[in-house]
Design a protein around this ligand. Sequence first.
Ligand SMILES: C[S@@+](CC[C@H](N)C(=O)[O-])C[C@H]1O[C@@H](n2cnc3c(N)ncnc32)[C@H](O)[C@@H]1O
Length: 225
Amino acid sequence: MGHHKLQRFAENLTFPNLFQVGFDKLQAEGFALKGKWHEQFGNDNPITLELGCGKGDYTIALARIHPERNYIGVDIKGARLWRGAKTSNEEQMKNVAFIRTRIELIDQFFAPNEVSEIWITFCDPQLKKPNKRLTSPRFLATYRHFLQDQSTIHLKTDSQELYDYTLNEVLPTEQCEVVFGTDNLYNTDYEGEAKLTQTFYERMFLAEGKPITYIQWKVNQNNNN
Ligand SMILES: C[S@@+](CC[C@H](N)C(=O)[O-])C[C@H]1O[C@@H](n2cnc3c(N)ncnc32)[C@H](O)[C@@H]1O
């Protein structure tokens, strides 16, 4: 492993707002802040997750303009999370945290009703494995364990396939209410938070000339079946 990466892993251990717990410990003891995130943040403000946050670009950008909300970036790659954790500590942002985990385990970190919004930013479209897509019914069922009724989920992706799959196959059968969807975000006059920032991967996809797609939907817990 590169020296650079090792340095980042070491510094990650010093960030008070970056949480990582090994699989065995998680299974044996559970996660200490599950159900206690509001105590951790020191307020009752609503909590937003960014799944597959990479360097935490959305987490940081949203947290800067919404001091009245709390933001938690989630990714498995520590060297990427380091960037967001470093920035949030340098800027002394009190409404930001990061979790290093596999998203498959995310419901072990949050109690029912603890989260009210999710951003999924440029996740792997998993073209050959629909069950591994972060918008698949399997993952939506996992998120429902901790989402409040009428929570909002946002998907930004360069993948037309993931966009079509989510909008036309998953959301109708999951009885989710689509609030907004576009297969070319920068061709619309939409002015919401999907245009707030361009992530590290988004900038690469834009440089390749790829259109960016966006869907925003509401999760209705009463239709959970
Ligand atoms: C294409 S990158 C996008 C990163 C960032 N959102 C951006 O737009 O720059 C996808 C990210 O998802 C993370 N990831 C993919 N599958 C994951 C999983 N099952 N659990 C946790 N993180 C995952 C990867 O580590 C990677 O950082």
